[in-house]
Write a protein that binds this ligand. Structure first.
Ligand code: FAD
Length: 556
């Protein structure tokens, strides 16, 4: 933690050096002593400290300075650091100005020059001021801070990125907390650049406006490039399937790399509460599951590369080669595709324009608390929508589930339907379909087509979260692996057509259970044709695939 600052300001270099020396001697161990040679320089320094969220305990300024005198400096400095103790250094002749300052700008004390010996004329009072300051001091937040408005898609992207990578941060909504004195001071310190929000502030003072995932990844030290070029096992996708394969593979001696285009955790990482995963009777959040699995994988030496997208796959003799979006390649003995599924788009007017500004696909659980006391709409009637509705119900005034069918029971697990029925602020609106969303800069209203009454209702909405099923994104494997008409990848017995092995299959054995149409390339989890879309199934398949990979590698 950075030490709180004592700032001394004087235009006379000799006085400045002397006071700095005396302060450092006595307080250097617990405080950082900084100096400035004019009021302007002092204010500039304070603004920088403010943006870094550093604490300032004491401001000590000489009264007689050209341009801005001590009282002028202290009254301006008070706007930036209202809680810092303020003291003046004065000549005897300025005593009455100093006394007036005590009243006018709330100066806490004035010292007469010279202050020798400091043990008698300086330290006792400063000790007292600092004691007083410490008593009401709350240490500032020391991590990453993100400033923006909740309707800004760019701000949402930054927060989503940090949350999915499990990086703690403080979110400052500059509109909602516009009256907060600390936020006011922070915005004043940022100056005109405030027009370029969102801004990510790092504890080392780095400021990033509109930061991209790549910039954030580099700044927080994520690995986006492979350490070496060759691995026994390369896994594409870091959801439960990929993570399980990584843990089993690495723990059984395979040099393993796992690449994810967003963050490890996959879809499961977005789940607010997984209640049906074995061994967790009261459920656990997807983020928690992801965090535990990532730690486990790292413990076994898995190299995790994220965010980085895999865009191609080819074979060269016994090697499988993955092409990454940054142009680099990774070779391996065996590759495993565990890329899961991605949200289906809701194709109605306004959705694309307002995405991130009130309209969200999925929506991380960190979003829920932003809608305290407001109406939230959830589109969809399957388990993921049910979990989200229950989560939002803790915060939102009212949660409305828009469901096309006539009830939830055909699409959702019983335990979720029961919980929803018992939650008074969740309303299930059946026979309802979103046909348009409205709002200039952010979502304001939704038009809902009611199929039972054949009417359209336009309702006010703060946020709408879409959970309408998902499809695989496997176009990058087109012509390489056999897929079904929706893009799910075929493996094992599904590859047999008319009793024949897949085209181009050269080995004198059948493809293993989870092996694709290319020997040595395996597939697990939601992206596999015929899979059961569950965390436990993906985890089980990840573990099983590793056994087949051992058998494959034994004969390469
Ligand atoms: C909100 C929600 C709640 C859910 N709740 C439950 C529940 O309570 N219980 C339950 O059993 N199941 C639940 N599920 C389903 C469960 O999460 C999935 O079945 C499971 O996550 C599938 O795991 P997977 O490893 O196959 O793929 P995913 O979890 O989909 O992970 C795939 C990963 O691959 C990455 N990826 C995709 N393409 C590429 C590429 N080209 N390059 C690199 N990386 C790529 C993605 O970024 C993603 O991280 C829920 C799903 C959702 C969305």
């Amino acid at each position: 933690m950075a030490k709180p600052t004592l700032l001394t300001v004087d235009d006379d270099p000799n006085v400045l050096k002397a006071i700095e020396r005396d302060l450092r001697t006595r307080y250097g161990e617990n405080y950082r002593v900084l100096r400035a040679s004019s009021g302007d320089a002092g204010l500039q320094l304070l603004r920088e400290l403010k943006v870094r969220n550093d604490a300032v305990a004491l401001l000590l300024a000489d009264q007689r300075m050209p341009q801005m005198d001590g009282i002028g400096f202290l009254s301006e400095a008070r706007k930036v650091y209202p809680d810092a103790k303020r003291a003046l250094l004065t000549a005897y002749a300025d005593t009455s100005a100093a006394i007036n300052a005590i009243n006018d700008v709330n100066v806490h004390y004035f010292f007469l020059k010279p202050w020798d010996p400091p043990a008698q004329h300086l330290y006792p009072v400063i000790d007292d001021l600092l004691e007083d300051w410490t008593a009401s001091y709350r240490p500032p937040y020391e991590g990453i801070r993100v400033l923006g408005t909740r309707w800004s898609p760019a701000a949402y992207d930054v927060r989503d990125f940090l949350a999915r990578h499990q990086v703690p941060y403080q979110w400052i909504d500059v509109e909602l907390s516009a009256d907060d004195p600390e936020v006011k001071e922070l915005i004043a310190s940022i100056g005109d650049d405030v027009a370029h929000l969102p801004l990510t502030l790092f504890p080392d003072g780095t400021r990033m406006f509109h930061s991209s995932p790549a910039e954030l990844a580099e700044k927080i030290g994520l690995r986006t490039r492979a350490e070496t070029q060759f691995y026994d096992l390369a896994i594409v996708g870091g959801g439960p399937g990929g993570l399980a394969a990584a843990v089993y593979g690495a723990s059984e001696g395979l040099k393993t790399v796992m690449i994810d285009r967003e963050a490890p955790g996959g879809q499961a990482g977005l789940s607010s509460r997984i209640e049906n995963y074995l061994g967790f009777p009261s459920g656990l959040s997807g983020a928690d599951l992801a965090r535990r699995a990532v730690m486990q994988a790292q413990r076994f030496g898995v190299e995790i590369i994220a965010p980085q997208e895999v865009v191609g796959l080819r074979s060269e003799g016994p090697y499988r080669i993955l092409k990454l979006a940054n142009g680099s390649e990774i070779s391996c003995h065996a590759a495993l595709v565990a890329t899961g599924v991605q949200w289906r788009r809701l194709e109605v007017p306004g959705v694309d324009r307002l995405q991130g500004a009130g309209v969200y696909y999925g929506g991380g659980s960190q979003e829920a608390s932003s809608y305290k006391g407001e109406p939230v709409y959830v589109v969809g009637g399957a388990n993921s929508a049910g979990q989200a509705a229950l989560n939002f119900a803790h915060y939102a005034d009212k949660v409305v589930m828009l469901v096309r069918g006539d009830s939830l029971s055909t699409t959702m697990s019983r335990y979720l339907v029961d919980q929803i029925e018992k939650t008074p602020n969740i309303q299930v609106w059946t026979h309802a379909e979103v046909i348009e969303v409205h709002g200039a800069s952010h979502l304001e209203e939704v038009s809902v087509q009611c199929s039972d009454t054949n009417t359209v209702e336009r309702v006010p909405v703060s946020a709408m979260f879409i959970y309408i099923g998902a499809l695989p994104q496997t176009d990058w494997l087109n012509g390489i692996l056999e897929r079904d008409e929706l893009g799910f990848i075929l493996a094992g017995p599904y590859l047999r057509k008319d009793g024949k092995r897949p085209e181009g299959w050269t080995l004198d054995r059948e493809p293993f259970l989870l092996e694709t149409s290319v020997p040595g390339v395996f597939v697990v989890g939601d992206v596999r044709h015929g899979s059961i879309k569950r965390v436990a199934s993906a985890v089980g398949e990840g573990a099983i695939a590793v056994q087949f990979i051992h058998r494959y590698m034994a004969k390469v």
